[in-house]
Structures are given as C-alpha cells and as structure tokens.
Design a protein around this ligand. Structure first.
Ligand SMILES: [Ca+2]
Length: 82
C-alpha cells in the first residue's frame, strides 16, 4: 500500500500514517494495483501472481493458492468499493 500511504510527521502528534486512497484498504482489497481503480489490470495482476505461484495471489491468506483465492477476489471485485 505504499503507493497510497502518506507519511506525515507532525510536531505534536509525532509520525502519523495516513491512507490517502479514496476508500479504506479493507474494502478495496481487489484493487491489487493500488491505483484507485478496479479494472482488468487488477484481474491481470492476480492471475499473473497466481500463475507464478506468488503468494501475493493468496487472496484469502490461508497459505494456499487455489480456487478459493480467485473466488474471494471476484467477490471483492464485484463488491466494487470505488
Ligand atoms: Ca489462499
């Protein structure tokens, strides 16, 4: 999420980490490219990671790459928070 995170050092509050994306990360999980858009590139990123056995494609974080990751992704994608 580095692309959507701003690091702000405040005099009184110390270091704050502020998410500057349009929606909370928890509802934008399908935005794999972190560009604030849900489109083909997010699907492509998932499939590419999946094909490479990259755990970035472990969408449901169970340590396994299988149909359930694709399914979970598609549910998030369909929910479209954007
Ligand atoms: Ca998984």
């Amino acid at each position: 999420m580095a692309g959507t995170t701003a690091y702000v050092a405040g005099f009184y509050s110390g270091l704050q980490i502020i998410d500057v994306s349009d929606c909370p990360p928890s509802t934008c999980l399908a935005d794999l490219t972190n560009d604030g858009l849900l489109n083909f590139f997010d699907i492509s990123a998932l499939l590419t990671a999946f094909a490479d056995a990259d755990l970035a494609a472990d969408f449901n974080s169970d340590g396994l790459l299988n149909f359930f990751d694709i399914s979970a992704f598609m549910i998030e994608f369909a929910a479209s928070c954007l």
